[in-house]
Design a protein around this ligand. Structure first.
Ligand code: MN
Ligand code: MN
Length: 306
């Protein structure tokens, strides 16, 4: 075989593999989009949050993708990381911004998306500010752009609507089977000129807007976990958590252990470092929070949004 033929073969295989990867992202993204849209339609005061989480998750699974993490339904001053605990009785209140943040993956290629829905007219301005911030951020994304410029655009868009960005929540790089890894996309201008987005990298961009001070704090509640040391898991959990080896899971996904015992067990395992826990995050001053999020793959000249 001549060298040219060989190199052509290598190129073909590389391109073929790239196409398979992009297709996996596209399919995961399309499935996730439909699941979130369906969830969005269900949002109304009085709806059990558990029903919403389960509707989004089961739609993702029915369409043949896997869950990259539990469906988060964070309401009002709860900014992120709320998913229904087992037997959750929480209902969507009358006056609410409901953030649906979900993730789907195909063979580890993860897409992470979020939308916000306001139940009353007066909350729509805040929702719109976060949505517009994501649109404007996507207008400046291209290979070589500083992540802080993206943050600056997010911040100025949100501030020009009279709100504040949440400065300690950010977008993030995504790798295969890894949800948060590598560089971050800030929601304000960090003046960091070193981190730039590069072709081949995948990012979730997620502006958070609030009418509060713009900082989140961790609460004592956690309903989402991730396995850190699989070898130290009790047998009962090890079996059930096998398919979520590197990705977050919900306490409510674990079957066959009663609620109180499960809560204690997960708490204990987190303290021992066997599990990582993701505490529910709320806005420090009690401000209401809106979020939009999408996942992109940076290409040689532009990007593909999933
Ligand atoms: Mn998300
Ligand atoms: Mn994210």
């Amino acid at each position: 075989m001549s060298l040219t033929t060989y190199l052509r073969g290598v190129c073909f295989l590389a391109r073929f593999k790239e196409e398979i990867i992009v297709d996996a992202y596209k399919n995961a993204g399309a499935i996730l989009e439909r699941a979130i849209r369906e969830g969005e339609k269900l949002v109304k005061p009085g709806l059990p949050v558990l029903d919403l989480c389960e509707a989004v998750e089961s739609r993702i699974l029915e369409e043949g993708a896997q869950l990259a993490f539990p469906c988060n339904v964070s309401i009002n001053e709860v900014a992120a990381h709320y998913t229904s605990p087992p037997e959750d009785a929480t209902l969507i209140p009358q006056h609410a911004i409901v953030k649906i943040d979900a993730g789907a993956h195909i063979k580890g290629y993860i897409v992470d998306k979020a939308v916000s829905v306001a139940t009353t007219q007066e909350l729509k301005g805040l929702v719109h500010a976060a949505e517009r911030a994501l649109e404007r951020a996507l207008e400046v994304v291209k290979p070589g752009v500083c992540v802080s410029l993206i943050g600056e655009v997010i911040e100025s868009t949100i501030r020009s609507s009279g709100f504040r960005p949440i400065i300690n929540l950010s977008g993030h790089q995504i790798k295969r089977y890894q949800l948060h890894v590598g560089k971050t996309i800030p929601n304000f201008n960090t003046k960091n000129l070193l981190d730039r987005v590069k072709p081949g990298e995948v990012y979730a961009i997620e502006p958070f807007a609030t009418d509060g001070v713009g900082v989140v704090v961790a609460t004592r509640d956690a309903y989402i976990y991730r396995v850190l040391k699989p070898a130290l898991l009790p047998k009962q959990l090890a079996e059930q958590l096998k398919k979520h080896s590197s990705l977050p899971f919900a306490a409510r996904w674990i079957k066959g252990i009663d609620r109180t015992r499960l809560e204690k067990l997960l708490n204990h395992l987190s303290k021992r470092g066997v599990l990582a826990s993701y505490p529910v995050l709320t806005e420090k001053s009690g401000g209401i929070v809106a979020q939009f999020e999408t996942t992109i793959l940076v290409t040689e000249k532009s990007y593909i949004a999933f």
